[in-house]
Design a protein around this ligand. Structure first.
Ligand code: DP6
Length: 330
């Protein structure tokens, strides 16, 4: 009999080759494979206890009780675990992000990677890394990439059984840094889950998908060979392609702010002047700049001086999702 309680920690990740659109929305089987880097130092910690005393799942998110969509999404995810384990118990979940909310770092990836790790352990399910990644995928697609460590590829697979992420290089393989330029912005108007379901309405999605295999190969090779220039070209092209699909969906999704575009126009000119740096944006206005660690401090200063940039976060390649000894949350 397991203890019915566990704590886990996971990092968010930044996609180099983007996941946008599903072949199956409910199973979160993606329309294309994707590649990302875990963002070390930016942690989500999640504690879970299954207990007969509860009549429904409860969720505390950064110290505040959650209801509505975030609670029902978590309950739907825990239903999968209850089904797998044969348990009928409800759970109390406490989760905290060690990075600023509203900073535009997608927290669903670290949230569902930590929750899958903690909940499966609490229920005594013995899942290997691939099994955990498959499970995390059901909560949030990008969460499957926060289970393995370092540089990670989500192989799209054909079915629920073979769609999961694997590490293609450990964190220490390459001293890349992600600098997140946070631009003044409101909460994003359309979340990723809804955005994925709109991807197919863009006439450009088929073209994006047709080239995804080649971009995955280029990106994987650039990482393995530590070829920054090749990485920069494919990362920027892939981000632009995803945003072109977003902007041409029905309804159209515009995630950029004027400051986002200003930075996107500066970065290639910095690169032409000899600085290894490139940009990528997820479903939001904040700009992620990838660079080598020796350039990070100088770039952070340059970014901070740009009007409209409210803060700059810095992350090194992070490790895998893992269990923690004790819950440090109250
Ligand atoms: C633009 O994983 O957040 O960040 O499965 O609905 O939770 P859900 O979507 P999510 O989508 C991530 C989209 C992206 C690109 C990426 O991370 O690959």
């Amino acid at each position: 009999m397991s203890k019915l309680t566990a704590t886990a920690v996971a990092n968010p990740n930044i996609a180099f080759i983007k996941y946008w659109g599903n072949r199956d929305n409910s199973l979160r089987l993606p329309a294309n494979g994707s590649i990302s880097m875990n963002l070390g130092g930016l942690n989500t910690q999640t504690c879970i206890t299954f207990t007969p005393q509860l009549t429904a799942d409860t969720l505390s998110l950064n110290g505040t009780p959650a209801a509505g969509k975030s609670l029902s999404r978590m309950t739907a995810f825990l239903d999968i675990l209850r089904e797998l384990s044969g348990s009928r118990l409800f759970a109390s979940v406490t989760t905290e992000n060690g990075f600023p909310t509203g900073a535009g770092i997608a927290s669903s990836a670290s949230a569902y990677a930590a929750l899958a790790t903690a909940a499966s352990s609490a229920l005594g399910l013995k899942l290997d890394e691939a099994g955990l990644s498959r499970l995390a995928r059901r909560g949030s697609g990008s969460a499957c990439r926060s289970i393995p460590g370092g540089f990670v590829e989500w192989r799209m697979g054909h079915t629920d059984a073979d769609s999961y992420a694997v590490s293609i290089a450990p964190p220490e393989h390459w001293n890349l840094v992600d600098l997140v330029a946070v631009v003044q912005s409101q909460r994003k108007p359309v979340g990723s889950s809804e955005g994925h379901s709109l991807a197919g309405t863009s006439p450009l999605q088929q073209g994006r998908l047709a080239g995804a295999g080649a971009r995955l190969d280029t990106c994987r090779n650039a990482i393995l060979q530590r070829d920054f220039d090749a990485l920069a070209q494919v990362v920027e092209a892939d981000s632009n392609l995803m945003h072109a699909v977003m902007m041409t969906s029905r309804p159209a999704l515009f995630y950029w702010q004027p400051e986002s575009l200003a930075i996107m126009k500066l970065v290639p000119s910095w690169r032409r002047s000899g600085l290894p740096v490139c940009y990528t944006l997820d479903a939001g206005p904040n700009v992620h700049l990838l660079c080598l660690s020796e350039s990070a401090e100088g770039l952070r200063q340059r970014l901070s001086a740009i009007p409209g940039v409210s803060q700059v976060l810095l992350a090194h390649p992070g490790g895998p999702a893992h269990l923690a000894e004790d819950c440090s949350l109250v």
